[in-house]
Design a protein around this ligand. Sequence first.
Ligand code: MSP
Length: 638
Amino acid sequence: MGLYYVTTPIYYVNAEPHAGSAYTTVYADALARYHRLIGDRTFFLTGTDEHGQNILKVANEKGLNPQEFVDQMAQKFKDAWRFMRISNDDFIRTTEPRHEKVVQRVIEIMYEKGDIYLGTYQGWYCPKCETYYGENELENGNCPIHKTPVEFVSEESYFFKWSKYQDPLLELYRTNPDFVVPATRLNEIKSFVERGLKDISVSRTSVPWGIPVPFDTKHTVYVWYDALINYISALGYTDSGEKMEFWPGVHLIGKDILRHHAALWPAMLMSLELPVPKRVVAHGWWLVSGQKMSKSVGNIFSPQDLVSHIENSVGLAEDIAVDALRYFMLAAGPQRDDADLSLEALWGTYNADLANDYGNLLHRVLGFMKKKGIDTAPKVTGQRYSRVAAVVQEQLQKYHAAYEKEDVQGALSSALDLIKFLNDFQDKEKPWTLSGDDLAEFLYSELEAYRVATTMLSPAMPSAAQRVAATLQAQLSLTFGEVSGFKPDLTQPPLFPRFKEDKDKQGDKGGANNEQTKESASPEVEEGKPVVDYDTFSKLDLRIGLVEAAERVPKSDKLIKLSVDLGSLGKRTIVAGIGLKYEPEDLVGKRIVVVANLQPRKLMGVLSHGMLLAATGEDGLPNLLSVDGQPEPGTKIK
Ligand code: MSP
């Protein structure tokens, strides 16, 4: 029995949890569940990063005091992770006293040691976004966001002697080539450190929403220095220290925060004379239509929306739909390289792996038993049993080796390879030609291997695995041959019904099992237009937009480019084909109806970021939908 400590990044609370943060969290959850399965004492930590200027800014924009704001947001993360069946052992928040105390102690220890010193921070400051920029980040000397002039500021700041740890870090990468995986990211961090480390500013006098530096309280601790310490503050470092036996741990992160975890954090640990992390696993990003998911592009998928889409499309219970999403994320996600997050990708993986291979196998075996009136499969061993046992052992070996390297994708492949083998085995053995002990041996071997494969999948799909265990009426384990015989429940429908495109288009809440009721309840609709349920409708983000400016798109009679105020969603450029009916000046000051979350599209070279609603009359000309009263720009339409 070993010890295993796994962490996710602590997420900024200025945005809600989404499929990106859910990915890292589900990935860490699968690792934690695997280690518990093999009997390791496991500690799984996630949490929220709650200090800093950006969080203060969003709280101010919302008119909330920062503590109130971070409390609300941290709860959203806790709720999202409970919904995703995340089994974290602790949830750390950087505004908790147990964390703040440790950060203050850590900066003191380093200060006493001489690794923290007072210096002068110099940089370019944009007062509009309250952010410092490096010379090379400026655009023609202006703020890259606001395109307005920046100020050169020089302020007193405490620095951490990062440069002192340059050689020890290079030595670490040289002697421990698995310190960062995948190897491409180790190379990336190695060349970053080889280019030379500069000491890093770790305090600010201008950011009030932070932890005060204990020996100079006009300073607050820089948000990244504060955040990284969560990985040991949660273990009680410098305090009771009761969980420090779990250190060092494995950090799961996205590739965007590699430098902080693979170069800054180990240097801080060296300064504290603590062991460096066991490993930093840096995954890629989910992309939506080739772009990173982000709030400003409006291409965010929330885990809850994806799960309700799955529930509605194939009629799964919530816990099984959560598992289907978890499986898709882990099997087809950005473990190494960036991956495409789309419904096509989701259903492709679902149908191939879960419906056709995994779900269908059990259905085939149990369906056969039911048809033949067989209700038990006692343990009978012979050549068939040995053949299946050998394949199970081979796949189990690959499975453990993959999890040893935090390679969940590899581990899932070995489980699926076993399932594929069992499907082929059934085709080859032709059970309808067997009888007596031969048939019993076949059925036992199939069901027993299926039980082991289900256990192999259980870290990814914990609820589905329990459902299968209940159907098999057997406990889950990784030991083939352990069960003395099966008396399965033959009444269960397929666990993962196949997704069919047309069912989805009907917005069929009851899914595969409820077609008839739906058909009779369908209202009159235009041909080619499916009936949609409220969940599908509610995915549209319809808003009141106030037209602030309008101009014709050059060389087009039809297109007008509008600048539209959408309140909290900001200003948008929308290109609309209304130029044959309206003059730009007629439009300014009008309130219109905007679809705010439509995929951006280029029209005559101009990117349109939304669509306005209009009805085309018999003359073929558009009539804009108008709005009663004067609702605020950005008001939601339901
Ligand atoms: N607060 C810091 C981390 C401090 S850790 C001591 C931070 N937070 S964050 O909210 O921006 O979350 C970053 C992490 O969320 C990424 O490293 C990654 O793990 C995950 N993801 C955010 N967007 C993502 C995608 N589009 N795709 C995959 N993961 C992404 O940085």
